[in-house]
Design a binder for this molecule. Structure first.
Ligand SMILES: Nc1nc2c(ncn2[C@@H]2O[C@H](COP(=O)(O)OP(=O)(O)O)[C@@H](O)[C@H]2O)c(=O)[nH]1
Ligand SMILES: [Mg+2]
Length: 464
């Protein structure tokens, strides 16, 4: 299906850069390029070959910029349509002028994500791959990039297609039962055909992919860690050390940090979003009390807790509160200020029930940052590692739309299982089976409504 009109937009970010790209796609792309671009050495336009020339205003003949142009013929192009691109100098005014010339020559301004949307509609990429394009643009860490690239390469689409094919195969078995149910011939019983075991295995496989969402989200958006500990334990010092900057105010006055301070760091392939907090203690100061409430909220929402203890001071009730906060949660304990004479040791924390790894530390010694980063990287890796080492356990989904589609498929398969087990007529089981197939198909866009497409491509920028 080809769009009738030709769209244009700057494919590069607004602002000043060395180069900007103006992109045209549609049936008139070459004609419009021809109208506004004069090659320096006239010759046939060879697809995928850059040509030097001038962008000119066809109305006046005035030169607008010296630029490179390239064309890609349909269907082997980004959008599956004829595509022309002009690489011009990266100034906002130049770009606006060239886009305006293309509009005058008959193009229409592209909507956000319209190039990618056309690529999808023309079968160049499926919906999951289109979403991966947006995820690559939004990636903030190596692992966010890695899952987006995996999805762009079609690994997720292939897996979903595989699952869907299995669902359709069950449907085919049911079809046989439906066709022959009126006839007086002996069919293998449904149990022999194996519908239940097949459905059972499918439920398990779909669940594995569905459950990878928690991990995928951590990989895509980063792991949220909250630093908790009593005032003066060294939380803000730790944040500054990890960020390599004086982000939070550090003083010897307990209760200096009032609000939650957030910033993020790269740790190996991961992004870690750090929250420094006011600290855990009873306070009569109103502002500090609000800060402490926020500490508790941040700690509750965190993926990982960094619990700080001051080794130079005896344990207090606030430390015990911190130990309680870490119960059953992924975390790393820092036994700080080990450069000072020790009042407590790791064993004291263990005795009080602390059950996460403990790192003896000194936040005022810069050279310790490496050890801290290594420990934190380990803690994050444990969090995002697949729980089951099965072959497709590495495959992760990272979009709510995919998770929701998989939940729908899962629920439909479970209904089908119930129906099959209670020996419902095959027609009834088939309804649920088809619902599962439809839900899986919606991930790659086999079945997709305009609303779904609008919601997905709305998040793209213009020119993508
Ligand atoms: N000797 C020593 N002092 C530290 C260490 N870490 C932090 N401090 C000091 O402890 C005080 C409180 O630190 P701060 O980071 O503000 O603690 P917070 O209240 O937990 O945020 C400051 O004077 C820091 O310089 C450490 O490892 N050793
Ligand atoms: Mg502080």
């Amino acid at each position: 299906m080809y769009a009738a009109d030709t769209i244009v937009a700057s494919a590069t970010a607004p602002g000043i850069g060395a180069v900007a790209i103006v992109r045209l796609s549609g049936p008139r792309a070459f004609e419009i390029l021809d109208a506004i671009f004069r090659p320096a050495h006239p010759a046939e336009l060879t697809p995928r070959t850059m040509r030097l020339g001038d962008v000119v205003d066809p109305a006046t003949g005035a030169r607008i910029d010296r630029a490179l142009a390239v064309v890609m013929r349909r269907p082997a192009s980004l959008t599956g349509e004829d595509v022309a691109e002009i690489q011009c100098h990266g100034g906002p005014f130049v770009v606006r002028r060239i886009v305006a010339l293309a509009l005058d020559a008959g193009a229409r301004m592209a909507e956000p994500g319209e190039f990618t949307r056309r690529a999808f509609l023309n079968g160049r990429i499926d919906l999951a791959e289109a979403e991966a394009v947006a995820d690559i643009v939004a990636a903030r860490s190596d692992c966010a990039l890695a899952i987006a690239l995996e999805q762009l390469s079609g690994a997720l689409s292939a897996r979903v297609a595989e699952l869907r094919a299995q669902v359709v195969a069950i449907r085919a078995h049911l079809e046989v039962e439906i066709d022959f149910s009126d006839e007086d011939i002996s069919l293998p019983s449904r149990r022999e055909v194996g519908n239940e075991t097949e459905i059972e295995r499918l439920i398990a496989d779909v669940a594995v992919l569905h459950d990878s969402f928690a991990r995928g989200l951590l990989m895509r958006d980063g792991v949220r860690a909250t630093i908790v500990g009593k005032p003066n334990a060294g939380k803000s010092s730790l944040l500054n050390l990890l960020l390599g900057a004086d982000r939070a105010i550090v003083t010897a006055i307990a209760g200096t940090t009032r609000d939650v301070i957030e910033d993020s760091v790269q740790l190996g392939p991961y992004a870690l979003v750090l929250n420094d907090t006011a600290g855990v203690r009873d306070s009569t100061d109103d502002i500090e009390r609000i800060g402490i409430e926020r500490t508790m909220r941040s700690a509750r929402d965190a993926d990982l807790l960094i619990a700080m203890f001051d080794s130079s001071r005896p344990l207090e009730s606030a430390d015990l509160d911190v130990i309680r906060l870490t119960a059953g949660r992924p975390g790393l304990a820092i036994l700080n200020k080990r450069d000072l004479p020790a009042a407590i040791a790791a064993a004291d924390l263990r005795e009080r029930g602390l059950n996460i790894p403990i790192l003896p530390f000194s936040a005022i010694h810069l050279e310790q940052a490496g050890a801290l980063r290594a420990e934190l990287t380990k803690a994050i890796a444990a969090l995002v590692a697949p729980s089951a080492p099965s072959s497709d356990a590495q495959l992760t989904i990272s979009r709510e739309r995919h998770r929701d589609a998989l939940s729908t498929a899962l629920a439909a398969l479970k209904n089908a299982r119930t129906a099959a087990l209670s020996l419902m007529p095959p027609e009834i089981v088939a309804v649920d089976i088809m619902a599962a197939a439809a839900a899986l198909g919606s991930i790659t866009g086999e079945i997709s409504s305009e609303d779904v497409l609008d919601a997905i491509f709305r998040d793209f920028c213009i020119g993508k």
